[in-house]
Design a protein around this ligand. Sequence first.
Ligand code: B12
Length: 215
Amino acid sequence: MDNEILKNLRKAILEYDISGSASLAKKAVEEKIDPLKVLNEMTKAIREVGDGFGRGELWLPDLVGAADAMSAATPIIEEEIKRRGSERESLGTIILGTVFGDIHSIGKTMVATLLTAEGFKVVDLGVDIKAEKFVEAVKKYNANILAMSALMTMTAPEQRKVIKFLEDEGLRKGIKIMIGGGAITDEFAKDIGADGYDPTAPGAVKLARKLIGKE
Ligand code: B12
């Protein structure tokens, strides 16, 4: 039964079926399937579409269709993740956003959900966020961690700019910085002076705990 629902959800994303994907997500919650398993399955499906686009076999409308189908299902699963993790202590404040020039939101929002479920207060600034806005939020919320997402090779260097801005403002020492998104590698993270990188949302949670000394 579980596998059947996950298989159909995957199919709904690959066929750009918005209402099918939302109703299968609801069914997965009703059947008490582990929501992390559901997110994982959906992530695999959308990456498949991305790979097809990368190989020139699929087109932008395919990306948009799959993203819309995935976006219809994710809030339902994320709500369930938050519900399951709602009674945790507060671990600290994290400012999160996708960098300037980049509007990819799905992975960033997953990271926000899992961090919130773990017990962090997450201030999600959204997408296409300029360095100034990240720095402003770090000050305003007296944040413990700044987390940035970038999905494109063109936008990844924006993270270096934000770190430089924090240094110029004298704020770098007081905050931990973690980065992620499809365009990031461990090497790149070290090169720009970030404190950590992880390729997955559950990994982002472990990393955040490590950065604040609560592993
Ligand atoms: C869906 C999608 C879109 C959707 C986005 C919808 C939305 N609301 O997000 C739409 C259709 C709008 C889109 C637009 C474009 N896209 Co697009 N898109 C994708 C696609 C298929 C999936 C992205 C996704 O959601 N993945 C699923 C999530 C769960 O994965 P994720 O984001 O990587 O996040 C995970 C981890 O990275 C990590 N993580 C994420 N953030 C963070 C942060 C921290 C701190 C940490 C620790 C971890 C972490 O946790 C997440 C969960 O495990 C990718 C292909 C791919 N393989 O990624 C292309 C892709 C990113 N897009 C691409 C391109 C080129 C574009 C466009 C330029 C296309 C165009 N010609 O217009 C535009 C750019 C618009 C812009 N200015 O940003 C390229 C980028 C190439 C490159 N390397 O630079 C890709 C790689 C496709 C490809 N193979 O060519 N896109």
